[in-house]
Design a protein. Structure first.
Length: 156
């Protein structure tokens, strides 16, 4: 387990993020398993958490996934943090599916505050320092353009 590549062609996003299995072993393992094959997931600028592109994993992509423990938890993600948020089934508005969301945090002032309250997320990876300006620029373009699709894949 080393890096993941995150891309969105229209915004020019093409960044690498180093996985953090030593800090978030269960969460990093979940994401690494999920990326056994390249994935395309919806992306939208977050409404509550500030400078974040939220990438909820579609329930159809998942099987019976186990609950994820909070690891390397944060309430205030930093620029470049890739945060995996887990919400159990029925916790948010009675949604029968558990929510697994990959958050791409690109600027200062982020917070893990949702309509259901504060929810610690697990920092599972960090965008390389040399890619963070490009991440912020691309996320700004996505913010202005609206919903999109983000590609994730393993990058060894």
């Amino acid at each position: 387990m080393t890096n993941i590549r995150i891309r969105h062609a229209a915004s020019g996003m093409d960044v690498l993020a180093a996985m953090l299995p030593e800090k978030a072993p269960a969460n990093a393992a979940f994401l690494w398993r999920y990326l056994e094959s390249p994935r395309v997931v919806p992306g939208i600028h977050a409404m509550w958490t500030g400078p974040e592109i939220s990438c909820p994993i579609p329930p159809a992509h998942l099987g019976e996934e186990p609950a994820l423990p909070p690891e390397n938890a944060t309430l205030h993600p930093q620029p470049g943090d890739i945060v995996l948020a887990y919400v159990p089934a029925r916790m948010w508005g009675g949604n029968p599916d558990a929510i697994f969301d990959i958050g791409l945090f690109y600027g200062p002032g982020a917070r893990m505050l949702f309509p259901i309250g504060w929810l610690a997320g697990s920092v599972v990876a960090q965008v390389r320092a040399e890619d963070r300006a490009a991440l912020a620029e691309a996320c700004g373009k996505i913010r202005r353009a609206g919903a999109c699709e983000i590609s994730f894949e393993r990058a060894l």
